[in-house]
Design a protein around this ligand. Structure first.
Ligand code: ADP
Ligand code: MG
Length: 464
């Protein structure tokens, strides 16, 4: 296959309005994983695909599901299993966007940690597509509240992570509830033996697709810095002051480290948030919302916590600690330098970690650049230390029929606030978040809490 000419979606047997919707979303060319997987998938074959985070795996399976969907038949035709609620939410969102040209497509998200009653109510009308975490899906199957007799597509997204999280038995039990004849699409970021094994049990003659992380289009400037013991935090702060990234994710190997580092950065005047497995779902949502809406410029995360999350416009990735696994290192740094922008990947290592550095060098088959910390500027203002936006939290959401336009209206209709001073608006089931410029926080807080949204008063507070 000629990989130099990018393939357009129009080479696929898709309906015209579907193609138009793709281009309205800015999907002009297929990503590598889409170009390689869509032809066999649309042909009905099982696939076992490996590609890193951000390579466009969701659309690869969503397009196939929607292409086959019989919207006039109210049966569950596709099931997507994801490791976490966040990923399930992301997948549902993407499917809904792609489903815009198909009238009345019902996509339902079913995840653990959410109340059962609303899920049962939603299941009264059968969804066409179900996206969820294995534990909760199995529960519904066992209760008989979800039936998969008409299923034709099963997707395992982030399969390696589901296995890491111990979902293997749940997945095997789910399989007993689905028809033998169906298409199974398995996506994974890494390719350990456990994945080969589960593929062998679930799939029929799958087409193996491996999009090599090394041959990505990402333009990344990668630099390593050697540090002495106890110098990591100080050097990290110097890196931030020197490079002044507008947004960055800092990776640590352990979750305690994340919180400690975020606290240490906070003391230096940075707005850093930690993302790790010990946070409750609501706290995780708030961390991700604030990072994405630019209320915070730094996210300190473990690999597991950051896995699969679609974080846009990341200027830099910093490895506070090197991953012992070179493949994970490549995944980490692949989060920067997307969409044609040059990315920056900075890594700290101690002399004792030299074997890890060599392993990375061998894995990426290209020499590494090691720079001197002495060359980092020591003084100077850091313009990006302080985030420009602040997040306001409104205690009403989708279930209260609150929409982004209502919040925007409440802020701008009777004030001199300009739409440009308002950032991202995120609507959840019973809560919403709006980012506003720091300069208008008090005014915005007053407008939202004293005025009405959708004819109702909501409690509003600032989170920082
Ligand atoms: P993955 O599941 O591989 O981590 P996602 O499916 O979340 O990746 O996609 C990453 C981002 O790329 C998303 O924001 C998505 O909207 C975007 N994207 C996917 N396919 C395309 C495409 N063909 N052209 C442009 N953007 C795309
Ligand atoms: Mg994904």
């Amino acid at each position: 296959m000629d990989t130099t000419t990018p393939a357009t979606f129009s080479t696929l047997p898709l309906a015209q309005d579907f193609l138009e919707n793709l281009s309205s979303l800015g999907y002009l060319e297929m990503t590598a994983i889409q170009a390689q997987s869509l032809p066999p998938v649309l042909n009905g074959q099982d696939i076992l695909a490996q590609a890193k985070t951000g390579s466009g795996k969701t659309a690869a399976f969503a397009i196939a599901i929607l292409h086959r969907l019989q919207a006039q038949s109210y049966q569950t035709q596709a099931l997507v299993l994801c490791p976490t609620r966040e990923l399930a939410d992301q997948v549902s969102k993407e499917i809904r966007r792609l489903a815009r040209p198909i009238a009345n497509t019902r996509v339902l998200t079913l995840c653990g940690g959410n109340a059962m009653a609303p899920q049962l109510a939603s299941l009264q009308r059968k969804p066409h597509i179900v996206v969820g975490t294995p534990g909760r899906i199995l529960k519904h199957l066992q209760k008989g509240t979800l039936t998969l007799a008409a299923l034709n597509t099963l997707v395992l997204d982030e399969a390696d992570r589901m296995l890491d999280m111990g979902f293997i038995d749940d997945i095997k039990s789910i399989i007993r509830f689905v028809p033998e004849k169906k298409q199974t699409l398995l996506f994974s970021a890494t390719y350990p033996d456990a994945i080969k094994k589960i593929s062998a049990t679930l799939q029929h003659d799958p087409v193996s697709i491996r999009v090599n992380s090394l041959h990505s289009n990402n333009k990344i400037q990668q630099i390593f810095y050697e540090v002495q013991k106890n110098e990591r935090t100080e050097t990290l702060i110097r890196l931030l002051a020197h490079y002044q990234p507008e947004s960055c994710v800092i990776f640590c190997n352990r979750k305690q480290q994340c919180q400690e580092l975020a606290d240490a950065l906070g003391q230096q005047g940075y707005h850093a948030l930690a993302l790790h497995g010990d946070l409750e779902q609501k706290q995780r949502d708030q961390v991700l919302v604030r990072f994405a809406n630019k209320s915070s410029t730094i996210l300190v995360a473990t690999d597991v916590a950051a896995r699969g999350l679609d974080i846009k416009d990341l200027q830099a990735v910093i490895n506070f600690e090197l991953s012992p696994d070179p493949e994970i290192h490549i995944h980490r740094i692949g989060r920067t330098g997307r969409a044609g922008n040059e990315g920056l990947a900075l890594s700290l290592f101690m002399a004792s970690e030299t074997p890890k550095v060599i392993a990375i060098e061998e894995y990426q088959k290209a020499p590494l650049r090691i720079a001197e910390t002495a060359d980092l500027s020591t003084s100077g203002e850091n313009n990006h230390a302080v985030a420009g936006m602040v997040t306001l939290c409104i205690n009403g959401g989708r279930k209260n029929k609150v929409r982004a336009g209502d919040i925007l209206g409440a802020l701008t209709a009777k004030s001199d606030i300009n739409g440009k001073q308002i950032g991202k608006i995120d609507i959840f089931d019973i809560i919403s978040y709006v980012a506003v410029e720091k300069t208008i926080v008090r005014q915005a807080l007053k407008l939202l809490s004293e005025g009405k949204i959708k004819g109702r008063k909501f409690r509003v507070r600032k989170i920082s």
